[in-house]
Design a protein. Structure first.
Ligand code: IMP
Length: 443
């Protein structure tokens, strides 16, 4: 039994959904522990593409129980739509999906506040997804949030809603000059959501504890990435939750002593969506090329992602903050045609070369990346099944990157399909999940 946390090592969109989809076949339970429907985990199964937002990617495996933990913020309208779309496509939810009573709700005034505050932020705009995630977490921290359990208590729900609508309307009207809400207009649809969602809402921390005691293995599916973490990311250009491994405990109620491993996910290059510092960003044709080859457009908002070379300073930092046992490297094939490939090994700032990720916003914006340049392999890697079949120069790139991160790689993906994955020799995954010793499970 191995309980493992999967964490994005960069700014999100690293391909966590695809890796979780493969590992979900080896576990009993998958859990989301933070974020909300700002996330978009894309999983391609055969000719079908699924984009999961609040529900763990494990839902695509019939035997896998899925939990939405207390650290997640839930927009019930979006969740219900996601549930309906899965059911329409033949995915069963009954007995497979469990939602924490302690998870906070995204209310209609949260996206309104999110968009209003962004519209007034000028050059300090974060470039949020506009889903209301930040304002919902702000209410949680201010102790005025409304939880899933409250949704099931008609009187308490109305009480909390009345207080919030009064307060938010003043903010919307007087600070932002934006449209306001009425209690009744929110109450009616939310009562319907309460009825629909009630069978799934439960004490998930207790369930997880019982399942783990009975020998179940749990996979914790992180959303976004380390550099968007509320405490450890490029604040304030971050999301409002703890995306890093520590969030798996607080966001589920599973204690750290019951977690056995942490797996980082990184792309073979870097991307970021929204505003904020991105030291290795490539402007112009070089960035456009990575975007086209990697199809780098947001799965939730469709926004073009900013692209750049892989940043070993960021990956080493992510390895330190999360305690990665290993890293899964995705989308190696996007670099197949490159004549040379670059790895950022430090930042030049104020006459110094920094090799540890700095904490000052000014340095992130002004530092110059220092690159190591390797020759490219210029041959296709898609469809290769075995690590030894990878071109020598591709293996040299992987070896050097792994050395700079200080963490071994366990898996390399070379395409969007679930079977375009190569396990590395001595992959930690075969220790955590002995069934993988016979190769990846067939779909
Ligand atoms: P929010 O989470 O919508 O508040 O957005 C805050 C920042 O996190 C913005 O820069 C978003 O683009 C970014 N962000 C949020 N969710 C994701 C994601 O799933 N992938 C990549 N970036 C994200």
């Amino acid at each position: 039994m191995s309980n493992v946390v999967v964490v994005g090592a960069q700014w999100g969109d690293e391909g966590k959904g695809k890796v979780v989809d493969v590992l979900a076949a080896c576990v009993d339970v998958t859990v989301r522990y933070q974020g909300g429907n700002n996330a978009g985990h894309t999983v391609v199964v055969g000719k079908e593409k699924f984009v999961l937002q609040s529900i763990p990617s494990g839902i695509l495996h019939p035997g896998c129980r899925c939990v939405v933990g207390c650290g997640v913020v839930i927009d019930p309208a979006a969740l219900f739509e996601e549930m309906e779309s899965l059911v329409r496509r033949g995915v069963s939810l009954d007995g497979n999906l469990y939602i924490s009573k302690n998870a906070h709700l995204i209310m209609p005034y949260h996206p309104a506040l999110d968009r209003a505050s962004e519209s007034k932020a000028g050059k300090r705009r974060i470039g949020t997804t506009g889903k209301g995630v930040g304002p919902a977490y702000a209410d949680k921290a201010a102790r005025i949030g409304i939880r899933m359990a409250d949704l099931l208590d008609e009187q308490l729900f109305r009480e909390k809603l009345e207080f919030n609508v009064f307060q938010k309307n003043r903010l919307l009207r007087e600070i932002y000059d934006a449209e306001t809400f009425t209690v009744e207009a929110i109450l009616h649809p939310y009562r319907r959501f309460a009825g629909w969602l009630a069978p799934y809402i439960t004490d998930t921390a207790l369930l997880l504890s019982r399942w783990i005691d009975a020998g179940a293995s749990v996979l914790f599916e992180g959303a976004q990435g380390t550099m968007l973490d509320l405490d450890h990311g490029t604040y304030p250009f971050i999301t409002s939750s703890n995306t890093t491994a520590g969030g798996a405990s607080t966001g589920t109620g599973v204690p750290p002593t019951k977690i056995h491993g942490v797996l980082g996910i990184s792309k073979a290059y870097s991307t970021r969506v929204g505003g904020g510092p991105f030291p290795t960003e490539l402007d112009g044709p070089a960035g456009d090329l990575l975007r086209m080859r990697g199809n780098e457009f947001g799965s939730v908002t469709g926004r073009p992602r900013r692209c750049g070379w892989v940043d070993a300073v960021v990956l080493r930092y992510a390895a330190r903050i999360n305690g990665f046992d290993s890293i899964a490297l995705t989308k190696l094939d996007v670099l197949d045609a490159c004549e040379t490939v670059k790895i950022c090994v430090g930042y030049r700032y104020g006459g110094e070369i920094l090799t540890d990720f700095p904490e000052e916003e000014r340095i992130w914006h002004e530092a110059e990346p220092v690159y190591e340049e390797l020759s490219g392999w210029q041959s296709p890697t898609r469809g290769l099944r075995d690590y030894a079949e990878l071109p020598t120069k591709a293996r040299e790139y992987l070896d050097r990157l792994s050395e700079l991160c200080g963490v071994p790689f366990c898996l390399v993906s070379t395409g969007a399909m679930r079977d375009e994955i190569i396990l590395t020799p001595d992959s930690v995954l075969t220790r955590w999940y002995p069934t993988l010793r016979g190769g990846l499970p067939a779909r």
